[in-house]
Write a protein that binds this ligand. Structure first.
Ligand code: ADP
Length: 257
C-alpha cells in the first residue's frame, strides 16, 4: 500500500527558521486498520449466534409455537448450541488478549515438552486413538506452561475435528542436537487445500466455514497457536497433502544448560 505521511512544522525561536519533520505513519495506520477489521469480525461472529438466540426465544414466547413440546425441546437445543458458540468465541478472544498483553515478556518457566505432551495425550485418551512418540526422556524449554498446554490442546482438537473421526492422531516430540525441539501433530483426514494453507493462521480464517462452525470452531485456534509459538521465539508451520491429512509442527529452542 501507499505511505501515509504526517508533516510537522515548527517555527524555531526568534530567527523564524522552520523545522519540517516528516513521519511515515503507514505502519501505525495499518495496525489501526487491522484492529478495526478485527473488532468488526469479532462483532460479526458474535452477532450471528446472538440473532439466532433472540429469534428462537421469540418463537418460544409465542403461545402457539411455544406450546408444542417437541418444538420446544428442539429450539432449546439450538439455543444452547448457539450460546456455547458464543462462549467458545469469548474464551478464545480472551486468550488472544491475554497473549497480547504479555507478548513482550520473555516466558521463563521450565517446561518439559515430553511431560506436557504425555499429560495432554492422557486427557484425550478416552475420546481418541492418539499415539505419542518421543526420542528423549525430557525436552525442557523456557516457556509459559499454560500457553504451551493450550497450543497442544488446540492442535490435537483440530486433528480430531478435521481428521478422521476418532483418530488416529500422531503426536511426536523430538529434541535435536541443534538445540531445538520439534513437536508435531499429524492427522489422517482430508487435509487442507493449497489455496487455504497459507491463510489458516489468520484470525477468523476458515478453510471450510460450515464445517468449522458445525464442529464448534471459532476460526481463532491456529492464530492463538501462532502467537504463542512466536512469543516463545519458535516457528510454527502447517503442511498438508490433501486427502492424506495435515501435519502441524512447532520448533522451539531448548533451554540452554
Ligand atoms: P477453527 O476454530 O475453525 O478450527 P483454527 O484457527 O483452529 O479455527 O483453524 C482454521 C481453519 O484451518 C479451520 O477452520 C479448518 O478449516 C482448517 N484446519 C485446521 N486444522 C486442520 C486440520 N488438521 N485438517 C484440516 N483442516 C484444518
Amino acid at each position: 500500500g501507499g505511505s501515509v505521511w504526517e508533516v510537522d512544522c515548527k517555527i524555531l525561536g526568534a530567527s523564524g527558521d522552520r523545522l519540517v519533520s516528516l513521519y511515515d505513519l503507514s505502519e501505525r495506520v495499518s495496525v489501526a486498520k487491522s484492529h478495526a477489521d478485527f473488532v468488526a469480525n469479532a462483532s460479526h461472529e458474535l452477532r450471528t449466534p446472538l440473532a439466532n438466540v433472540v429469534g428462537y426465544v421469540e418463537t418460544l414466547m409465542n403461545p402457539k409455537a411455544g406450546g408444542n413440546e417437541e418444538l420446544r425441546t428442539r429450539f432449546l437445543g439450538t439455543i444452547r448450541h448457539e450460546a456455547q458458540r458464543m462462549q467458545s468465541l469469548i474464551s478464545d478472544l480472551m486468550s488472544l488478549s491475554r497473549i497480547e498483553a504479555v507478548k513482550h515478556e520473555v516466558p521463563s518457566e521450565n517446561v518439559d515438552l515430553v511431560q506436557l505432551a504425555r499429560e495432554v495425550a492422557a486427557e484425550f485418551r478416552d475420546s481418541a486413538a492418539l499415539d505419542l512418540t518421543t526420542n528423549c526422556d525430557s525436552a525442557v524449554i523456557a516457556g509459559d506452561r499454560g500457553q504451551l498446554l493450550q497450543v497442544l490442546r488446540n492442535l490435537i482438537d483440530n486433528a480430531l475435528k478435521y481428521g478422521k473421526p476418532g483418530g488416529p492422531v500422531h503426536v511426536s516430540v523430538e529434541a535435536a542436537r541443534t538445540g531445538w525441539v520439534l513437536v508435531m501433530v499429524r492427522d489422517e483426514g482430508e487435509g487442507i487445500a493449497p489455496e487455504h494453507l497459507p491463510r489458516v493462521t489468520e484470525r477468523f480464517y476458515r478453510a471450510d466455514t460450515s464445517r468449522s462452525r458445525a464442529a464448534g470452531g471459532t476460526g481463532l485456534g491456529l492464530s492463538i497457536v501462532k502467537h504463542i509459538v512466536e512469543r516463545h521465539r519458535g516457528r510454527f508451520d502447517i503442511e498438508s497433502r490433501p486427502g492424506s491429512g495435515a501435519t502441524a509442527s512447532l520448533m522451539l529452542p531448548l533451554r540452554e544448560n
